[in-house]
Design a protein around this ligand. Structure first.
Ligand SMILES: [Zn+2]
Ligand SMILES: [Zn+2]
Length: 324
């Protein structure tokens, strides 16, 4: 009798363990991955060895949540393959950057952005679309003409006068500006260094810090080292005041090996690094900059910064002069 009792207790406990495992497995399969994790592990379209046979879309669209999107341009259209961010508020839609290609047939950016919110189509048309730029380099503003002249669209030119006026910066590059999209207040921070009019944007809804070409997983040219140092320090300060889920820039040029980047002009990046950087990367860069007493290449696992040479600065000055 005693043996029978022990046997039945044992059997009972085995069945209950099995039931627990089944319940846990069912639970796991039901569990959806959080948007932050999905973004961190996201593999983007990354070009082809032979672009003639590339069948990827001109623009890849990643929906982070109901009101936040990340777009990537196909490397077969431009090796720069920049990222573009679209943030929807109750009253306004912010489009950060317009890509590296002007032609709407090859690169239908306006159409793509306008089609992102079908559930809110009527309201979306009524919303003002605000097009701003992380900085003035042509791979971030070539698509501007697709937006210009469209109803309810404001394009803020990426030059000093337009930016300081629109954001009401009275002491550039000091201070911050606020852009209210309607239930979504963005903080705009001047971050010159890679380019004179560079800005970064903090979005409290996604907790993203959008850094353009100031910080991304790649080989980053710095035009003004001292200004860049101050800009990174400014971003570290901001990252201590706000919760940040991801630091997101405008390109991927690193491979998934620490400290290794693809050569400039690469059109096929099968082993590229993730887009997402973290506040820890910001802090690491800031301390490396603080330790450096002169402008010199800094190689970190996730990114590399390098001072522009005199020739690159001269080219950059001419390009900037044209759009001022
Ligand atoms: Zn740039
Ligand atoms: Zn760029």
């Amino acid at each position: 009798m005693k043996q029978l009792l022990i046997a039945s207790l044992l059997l009972g406990s085995i069945f209950s363990v099995n039931a627990d495992i089944e319940a846990a497995t069912a639970d796991m399969s039901k569990k959806t991955v959080s948007p932050t994790t999905a973004l961190r592990v996201k593999k983007w379209i990354h070009g082809s060895i032979d672009c003639e046979t590339n069948e990827d879309p001109a623009i890849e669209v990643f929906q982070y949540d109901q009101s936040s999107y990340i777009l990537r341009q196909n490397k077969c259209l431009s090796f720069e393959a920049p990222f573009i961010y679209v943030l929807l508020g109750d009253e306004k839609v912010l489009v950060l950057d317009t890509g590296a290609t002007k032609n709407a047939l090859e690169f239908p950016l306006y159409e793509t952005v306008a089609s992102l919110f079908p559930a809110q189509r009527g309201r979306f048309i009524e919303k003002e679309m605000l097009v701003v730029h992380s900085h003035s380099h042509s791979d971030h503003r070539a698509g501007d003409s697709q937006f210009e002249g469209k109803p309810n669209v404001t394009v803020v030119e990426p030059n000093y006068t337009a930016i300081t006026q629109f954001f009401a910066f009275s002491d550039w590059p000091n201070g911050e500006a606020i852009i209210e999209l309607g239930g979504r207040r963005l903080t705009i921070v001047p971050t010159p260094g890679h380019q004179e009019e560079a800005i970064s944007i903090y979005d409290p809804h996604t907790e993203w810090l959008l850094t353009g070409d100031t910080l991304y997983p790649g080989y980053i040219y710095v035009k003004n080292w001292d200004e860049y140092k101050k800009s990174i320090a400014r971003l570290v300060f901001l990252s201590k005041e706000h919760s940040i889920s991801a630091v997101l820039g405008a390109h991927i040029e690193m491979t998934d090996n620490a400290g290794e980047h693809y050569p400039i002009g690469t059109i096929f990046q099968p082993n590229e690094a993730a887009l997402t950087l973290t506040p820890a990367d910001l802090v690491a860069l800031n301390s490396a900059l603080e330790k450096s007493d002169k402008a010199d290449e800094i190689v970190l696992d996730e990114l590399i910064i390098v001072p522009m040479n005199a020739f690159q600065k001269a080219i950059s000055n001419v390009a900037r002069w044209i759009i001022q």
